[in-house]
Design a binder for this molecule. Structure first.
Ligand SMILES: *Cc1c(COP(=O)(O)O)cnc(C)c1O
Length: 347
């Protein structure tokens, strides 16, 4: 099966498993795990922050940041397709008691002007925002890359109005691979930022959240509270360190494969896709459902029979994601399978 459903589908390579098996370990929550400590130091440096903590998942990093920066009743501003708003099981409300205020931006991004327009009147009837969140790259924005200037303008305006800023950097390193801009530069205006090791970097588990030393100390309390304090977590941190050493530079290959996939799909009858919009490893496309006589779910099922997995988002829309376990040859096979399914169109 060629699995393009998500970049979380990667499996640790033999070399990564060996690094994990040989990891030096200790009690993570007592800061005695040398491998976790090394990963946190390295992540903090990479992201240009004073300190970092290791968490089991990226979603926990988002939840820790929101709960650290906000008090119940505060507003958290994000784009309306943000992972924080749509895929974290209501975590911001349940864990931090905050209100989400979603901006309808474009491709998962909003501008400083839109942020300004989202501010409510400063009187006690209105909830007030204390945190602005961005997602680099924007997942449901089609893996779109926020321009650095736009990130900086949003952060500057947020700070001017007393808000904290948080960057969901699940795929921040994909943005870096696409533009050559460093992670620390992208994150410079953000008080907290995290990267995921279990997406395109190919590690099985884990993410690092970074910020000031004081922020990380406060976030650690929430991590403890949520049951995120661990023991010999160096076993998994070793996979993340291995990924930083070996799987960052190759992200450009995933992007080239996504571009090839997009160009190939766009050329097929019944596919609606602007291939030029693909900037990183995510390819959203639509089907001309009326013309084809079947919908995206059926397309996905028929493709799976031919050994290719691409998930349907709704009746018309599908998402394909390239990653470590998808080769250039796999992309060609995927295009052949897609062409075969589309050739069976009604009429
Ligand atoms: C996957 C993802 C997350 C959550 O990360 P997990 O490690 O799966 O918990 C958060 N934000 C974005 C944009 C993501 O794509």
């Amino acid at each position: 099966m060629i699995d393009l459903a998500s970049d979380v589908k990667t499996r640790p390579t033999a070399a990564m498993r060996e690094a994990m098996a040989n990891a030096e370990v200790g009690d993570e929550q007592a800061f005695e795990d040398p491998t976790v400590n090394a990963l946190c130091e390295r992540s903090a440096r990479l992201l240009g922050k004073e300190a970092a903590l290791f968490a089991p998942s990226g979603a926990m990093c988002n939840q820790l940041a929101i709960a650290t920066w906000c008090r119940p009743g505060d507003e958290v501003i994000c784009e309306h397709t943000a992972h924080i708003a749509v895929y974290e099981a209501g975590g911001p409300a349940a864990n931090a008691g905050v209100m989400m205020h979603a901006i309808h931006g474009e491709r998962g991004q909003f501008t400083a002007a839109q942020l300004r327009a989202s501010f409510r009147a400063k009187w006690r009837h209105c909830p007030q925002p204390t945190l602005a969140c961005v997602e680099q790259t924007a997942n449901l924005g089609g893996g779109s890359v926020w321009p650095l200037a736009q990130l900086n303008e949003v952060a500057a305006l947020a700070h001017e109005h007393g808000l904290r800023t948080h960057m969901d950097g699940a795929r921040l390193l994909n943005a870096c691979a696409a533009t050559g801009i460093s992670a620390r530069d992208y994150a410079a205006g953000y008080d907290s930022v995290w990267i995921d090791f279990s997406k395109g970097l190919g590690a099985p588990i884990g993410a690092c959240l970074a910020g000031s030393r004081e922020f990380i100390e406060r976030a650690w309390v929430i991590k403890q509270r949520l049951g995120g304090a661990m023991r010999q977590a160096g076993i998994v941190a070793a996979g993340a360190l291995y990924a930083l050493d070996h799987h960052v530079e190759r992200l450009v290959e995933d992007h080239a494969r996504a571009s090839r996939l997009a160009a190939g799909l766009a050329a097929l009858p019944g596919v609606l896709l602007d291939a030029a919009s693909v900037q990183t490893n995510i390819v959203f496309f639509e089907l001309d459902v009326a013309g084809l006589g079947f919908d995206a779910h059926e397309f996905s099922r028929r493709l799976a029979v031919l050994g290719v997995r691409i998930g349907a988002f709704d009746d018309r829309t599908l998402r394909a994601v390239t990653h470590l376990d998808v080769s250039a040859a796999d992309i060609e096979r995927c295009l052949e399978a897609a062409a075969a399914v589309l050739a069976t169109r009604a009429g």
